[in-house]
Structures are given as structure tokens and as C-alpha cells.
Design a protein around this ligand. Structure first.
Ligand code: NAD
Ligand code: ZN
Length: 358
């Protein structure tokens, strides 16, 4: 268990759901209604198991499931959940459990932040991205009018319970997509963790449970450290955007047909390339970083991009401040910095590095 001093909640790492009820008893569920919020895929895989565990342990239990997919991370789903909670007479003392990936976590957190001006919620993340990244840090919200995460709130869960065994049912693309954020955590903050990932890459690909647990735990520790220093994103937290500046631009230009992690991998390769060109990384370090994405089926080059369009999208991203891009580069492996001196030419060179032309 990691105990947070500032945003005060426990993070439990486990290979099953055995301890979940014990942990929830710490939140006095016997006197509270509990609503599990989940999506259609996760409901069919783990919904019954969680509902069975809750049997007889809380005042009342309910399950709300919405169709899986980012396209449902909307205010309309939020409204459906409010209606359901009102029907079930949920009051401010009751509790929500977010059982699912980042979409479920973001929506449930937002509902928890706003329903009756705030009720408690617990994160039970079930994707690698959600376990290693999105369930930590208190960002909640939904997409609006085609804009990602346009409406939201910073709101902390009361507990995060990670069962790494559920990662075994994730499809390969989803699993590897989450890995890109884990690599990012090593690269920006912890060179020793990066080396560990390099040494264990085949066990990770095999989804060895012990290795996954250690990986998720170490990844969360890094994210937690960064967000605790800067809970509302005024400074240090920007380092988490490593790989995301160009990554988001590619994500948009490809109309979200690539996964977020695939775009982060491409963005990370581009940012590592610029770090090499700034003489911070050696050529060997750059190539090692780039090639590490390959066993995880993450792309290191991409066909059919328009570099000028991506440059434009990069500059219109929210990381722009006073006309200069806040670019995150690597001073060395394990140490990222904010750099405002990345030129258009640097970006175009990095894009030609990742642009695959036959
Ligand atoms: P997701 O929640 O859509 O899950 C991906 C798919 O996997 C879904 O179809 C889901 O039903 C399925 N799934 C979930 N768990 C499973 C399991 N154990 N076995 C089999 N299938 C399972 O996507 P995601 O990648 O987890 O999250 C992406 C979302 O997270 C985006 O909306 C993004 O904006 C958000 N995000 C939030 C933060 C944050 O700080 N709050 C950070 C990064 C990303
Ligand atoms: Zn990300």
C-alpha cells in the first residue's frame, strides 16, 4: 500500500479482488449505498464478480453500465448516471466504484465530483493505461463538442484498487498502448526503472503477473510523485506531457484511428530525437529508446502524414504559452525538462525522422 500524504488516499496493488471488501470496509460501506459504474465490456467480464463480493456488505448495491468506447465519454452519459443515482436515492454519504478503463474512471470521477456537490468514489482501474497512469492524479472529465477532456474537475478518489490479473483479458493493442505511458514515466523521472523495463520486456509482453504488479506499482509511484508536487498542473506536472506534444497532433491528424499510446510512442521517439539533436542524449541512447517500443508493437514510424499539418496542430495544442511551445525533452534518460527553444525546424526534422516513406 502506498500512502499519500497530500491527496489522501490509499493505492492497493494486488493480483486478485480478495482484499477489495476489506479495503472498502475501511470506508464504512456497511452504512452506505454503493453503485458500481462500468462499461459494457468490463461489466460482462467482472461485473458479476464485484457485485457478488458486495453482497451483504453494504446498505444497498447497484450497477450502472454504459456502452464501451471513448465516444460515450460525454455529458449525456453523465446525465444518465445522475438520473440512475436519483432513482436509486443515492445521497451524499453514498459511494461510487469506477470499474473499468480510463473512460469509466474519468466519467465516474466527474459524476462523483458534481453529484450533490461531491460524493466519494473509488477507482478500480482495469486497463494498463488506467492502472499505470489515469487513475492517479485526480483528473476527471468528459469530452465535449468533439474536444477531448473539455469539461472536468480535479477530484481525488478515496481509494485506488489495482488488480493486475485483469490485464490478462485486455486485447494486445490496448495492453501495449498502456505501456507507452509506463515507458514515459521511466524516461522522464527514473532511469533505473527504464533499465528495469528494458531487462524485463519479454516477461512484460508475456503478462507475467508478478512483473506486471511491480511495473504498475513503480509506474504509479512516479506519477504520484509528480502530481503531488503539482496537483493542479502549474509546473512540474507538465513533464508528464513528454511525447504528448507531437503525439496529440498525430492523434488528431489521424482522426483518432491510432490508440493514444501509439501516438505517445511516436511523439516520444520524436522528442527523444530532438533531445539527441540538442546533444543531450547520445545517438546510442536515442536508438535504444526508439527500439524499445518495437517489442510492444508500438510504432516508431508512420506513413501518410502531412508534416506541415502536424506542425500546425502541435502549435495549436494547449501546451502553447506566450507564443512558444512548452516542449518536454530529455536532459538524460530519467530526467525530463521543459524547453521553450524548440524551433519549427527541429519539429519538422523530428517528423521526417518518424515519417515512413517507401
Ligand atoms: P477505455 O476505458 O476505453 O478502455 C479500452 C477498452 O478496453 C474498452 O473497450 C474497455 O471496455 C476495455 N476493457 C477495460 N478493461 C478491460 C479488461 N480488463 N479486459 C478486457 N477489456 C477491458 O480506454 P483506456 O485506454 O483505459 O482509457 C482512455 C481514456 O483515459 C481516454 O478517455 C483518456 O482521455 C483518459 N485518460 C485520462 C487520464 C487522467 O489523468 N484522468 C490520463 C490519461 C488518459
Ligand atoms: Zn497520455
Amino acid at each position: 500500500i502506498l500512502y499519500n500524504k497530500k491527496p489522501c488516499y490509499d493505492i492497493v496493488f494486488s493480483a486478485d479482488f480478495q482484499r477489495l471488501i476489506h479495503e472498502l470496509k475501511g470506508l464504512e460501506i456497511e452504512s452506505r449505498r454503493v453503485c458500481v459504474v462500468t462499461d459494457s465490456h468490463v461489466a460482462s467480464l467482472y461485473g458479476d464478480q464485484i457485485m457478488d463480493l458486495l453482497e451483504g456488505e453494504c446498505k444497498e448495491k447497484a450497477l450502472f453500465s454504459f456502452p464501451a468506447g471513448e465516444e460515450n465519454k460525454t455529458l449525456s452519459t453523465v446525465k444518465d448516471i445522475y438520473t440512475f443515482l436519483i432513482e436509486k436515492k443515492f445521497d451524499r454519504k453514498d459511494l461510487l466504484l469506477a470499474l473499468g478503463g480510463g473512460v469509466v474512471g474519468d466519467i465516474t470521477g466527474f459524476v462523483a465530483a458534481t453529484y450533490l456537490r461531491g460524493i466519494d468514489f473509488v477507482q478500480i482501474p482495469t486497463t494498463l493505461l488506467a492502472q499505470a497512469d489515469s487513475s492517479i492524479g485526480g483528473k476527471t472529465g468528459v469530452d465535449f463538442d468533439g474536444y477531448k477532456n473539455m469539461v472536468g474537475a480535479f477530484y481525488m478518489p478515496k481509494l485506488v484498487y489495482m488488480n493486475v490479473s485483469v490485464l490478462k483479458t485486455l486485447d494486445g493493442r490496448q495492453f501495449y498502448s498502456g505501456f507507452a505511458e509506463i515507458m514515459k514515466h521511466g524516461l522522464i523521472k527514473d532511469g533505473i526503472f527504464y533499465e528495469w523495463l528494458l531487462e524485463n520486456m519479454y516477461e512484460i509482453c508475456d503478462r507475467n503477473v508478478d512483473i506486471m504488479q511491480e511495473m504498475v506499482e513503480r509506474s504509479c509511484k512516479i506519477k504520484k510523485l509528480v502530481v503531488e508536487k503539482d496537483p493542479t498542473e502549474k509546473g512540474e506536472r507538465a513533464l508528464l506531457n513528454f511525447g504528448h506534444t507531437i503525439g496529440h497532433a498525430i492523434e488528431k491528424s489521424k482522426n483518432f484511428t491510432l490508440t493514444h499510446g501509439e501516438c505517445v510512442a511516436l511523439g516520444a521517439v520524436a522528442a527523444a530525437f530532438i533531445s539527441w539533436k540538442h546533444s543531450w542524449l547520445s545517438m546510442e541512447e536515442y536508438y535504444e529508446i526508439r527500439d524499445m517500443f518495437v517489442p510492444f508493437n508500438l510504432p516508431i514510424s508512420i506513413e501518410d502524414i502531412d508534416p506541415q499539418e502536424i506542425l500546425k496542430l502541435t502549435k495549436s495544442d494547449k501546451k502553447m504559452e506566450n507564443g512558444s511551445i512548452k516542449f518536454i525533452l530529455l536532459k538524460k534518460v530519467g530526467k525530463a525538462v521543459i524547453d521553450r527553444n524548440v524551433s519549427d525546424e527541429d519539429i519538422l526534422n523530428a517528423l521526417s525522422e518518424i515519417h515512413y516513406v517507401e
